[in-house]
Ligand binder design. Sequence first.
Ligand code: SF4
Ligand code: SF4
Length: 340
Amino acid sequence: MRTVTLGKTGITVNKNGFGALPIQRISEEEAVKLLRKAHDNGIDFYDTARAYTDSEEKLGAAFEGMRDKIYIASKTMAEDAQGFWKDLETTLRNLKTDYLDIYQFHNPESCPKPGDGSGLYEAMLQAREEGKVRFIGITNHRLAVAEEAIESGLYDTLQFPFSYLSSDKELALVEGCQKADMGFIAMKALSGGLITNSAAIYAYMLGYDNVLPIWGIQRERELDEFLSYQDKEPVLDEALRKVIAADREELLGEFCRGCGYCMPCPVGIEINNCARMSLMIRRAPSDAQLTEEMQAKMKQIEECLHCGQCSKKCPFGLDTPALLEKNYKDYKEILAGKEY
Ligand code: SF4
Ligand code: SF4
């Protein structure tokens, strides 16, 4: 089984990491079954967050009494020390543990540092001294914050979106982490569902020794797919290279990654799904995109105020209102019978 070492942390784990965001959407019973199956088959790194509703509690239920057999990373979106401690205590209680292997600042707008006035980094250091946190990490969607985190020397790990759709600047982050002896945890390896060939992305990830992908897993068949690659690694052969080239051609550039950082929208538009409808409808099973519920969500685009709040918050610099309009126009044409 292939392993990855997360830089100076020395944490060495299965190349298949488990992203525990999607288990929010299933029952506790289903989540426990899925998580235990993952563990029984060698997955030993689990990434969750205080912001993922009951994900931490489900992990706690699955792994009570097995703490020494797994590595857990969680995250806080706190903006001050008081919020930090409240989050950390809740997280530890939910996970039924007294320490986290990695505690990450969750997508902050700027990189927390000692003396920046927020008290966040100082609180993190204290938590580490108290043994509640072993290593300090940061997650982000903004290149500038990620670059600053690497240069600062203050972090043990960086979590950033990474896939074969990543740009050269994102690839430079992987190299930067290697040079700084930091662990690189890859989120959104399937680009929010737009990459559908898991063998292609798995084979691509094997080319990066220091990258730990955390696959967002909700269904047993998704887990089985990733587990199958442990015994039989996909090879980046001509066929998979063609898949990657075709995806790059179709998806590079101005597309919505579905991250949701632009939300909430004042008129309630579900931007993270609606702004990439044209791609989802063509790349994923289309029935789910054509339900009455989804049609109502798309119709809400008509209410857009063009206030620009969303584009200001989009870490990929997208013109979100224009993208919504474009997707809505295409969607209406599809509903009217256009071939797609
Ligand atoms: S521009 Fe439209 S979609 Fe964006 S936040 Fe404003 S109302 Fe919502
Ligand atoms: S518009 Fe930008 S911020 Fe909003 S979901 Fe898409 S990629 Fe994320």
